[in-house]
Design a protein around this ligand. Structure first.
Ligand SMILES: [Zn+2]
Length: 160
């Protein structure tokens, strides 16, 4: 997709136009269902958000996309969405043009963004930031402290 067309998507015969944003973040090429999960884990109360779900995509069949006006994602926020939106494209928009494009991929390690599902884990008992190593295909996280393994659903439900 060319930068010029990033706000337009075809859905069947109809075209959907999404208000382009001047400053902020656009996350494109998300698998269907990923947009809702991402909106759940980001704190976006103060930002105008436009999301499109199950939109027709030449490349993917169907996809989700999100525009967040005025929002710059922190490193931790980017890690969170990378766990959910692998394969998606993160676009940083400034002055109405894309200044940075990043392909979302699983981080090798995360710290302080997901909770360990083992209630007895020291990270839960003592409020230490839980640390995990991440393996892909399929997504798995292994706790650094108690070695509990978590699958994709458990990981996404444990993002805080
Ligand atoms: Zn643990």
């Amino acid at each position: 997709m060319k930068e010029k067309d990033s706000g337009k998507e075809k859905m069947g015969e109809k075209k959907i136009y999404i208000t382009p944003i001047k400053e902020g973040t656009a996350i494109d090429h998300l698998a269907p269902g990923a947009a809702l999960k991402i909106l759940e884990v980001l704190d976006l109360k103060e930002f105008p958000v436009t999301a499109a779900m199950n939109v027709g995509s030449k490349k993917m069949g169907k996809k989700d996309l999100i525009f967040i006006e005025g929002k710059k994602l922190s490193g931790k926020e980017t890690e969170k969405i990378a766990l959910i939106g692998k394969g998606g494209t993160l676009n940083i928009i400034s002055n109405a043009s894309i200044v940075k494009k990043v392909q979302l991929n699983y981080p090798e390690e995360v710290s302080g963004i997901i909770r360990c599902i083992n209630p007895k884990c020291i990270s839960n008992a003592e409020g230490i930031p839980a640390k995990f190593s991440i393996k892909s295909e399929p997504l798995k996280a292994t706790c650094f402290y108690c070695e509990t393994r978590m699958n994709e659903n458990e990981i996404i439900n444990s993002i805080k």
